[in-house]
Design a protein around this ligand. Sequence first.
Ligand SMILES: [Ca+2]
Ligand SMILES: [Ca+2]
Ligand SMILES: [Ca+2]
Length: 177
Amino acid sequence: MQRPLAGVLAVVAALVGGGLVAGSPTAVANTMAFVDDSNDARRGIDIERVRVNNGRRIVVTTTFEDLRRRPAGLTVYFDTRGPDRGPEYLVGGGIGGDSDWQAVRIENWAGDDAHLLLRCDSDLRVRYGRDTATYDIARRCFKRPGRVRVGVMSSGNRASQRDWAPKPRRFYDWVLR
Ligand SMILES: [Ca+2]
Ligand SMILES: [Ca+2]
Ligand SMILES: [Ca+2]
């Protein structure tokens, strides 16, 4: 379902990663940044970019157009196994000042058969000054996957208010480990 190169903003080079060896192929491959359409949701939940670091931990940073302290949520869906197409995990929580979040094992996009991963070592960092929200997840929460890919959905306080990145129930490209 991936359009070739669509949505790929840049491969973030090892040069910007802390302590990584410049030119190392794996260091380049395990971080990628993707774009979402602008102005396809209201301000505050309009996703601009999604950066995935499939490294020592799995870190997903979502950048918004003007993130503010008003009710909003952010869910990142993770595909860790290609053959069954849909996501195996999600991490979701509040980014409007309420920073509760949960990691959840799921069966599909609909979130069927959801199991909270109560012992998952994860974090949510929201930085309004930078318009970013970052989920930072220990690899073991997702059974130490190899490559991963993500689809992201933000939401406002009404069901009609949401922004999917890249598209509803679609993933960006795989990010190698
Ligand atoms: Ca957007
Ligand atoms: Ca899958
Ligand atoms: Ca979008």
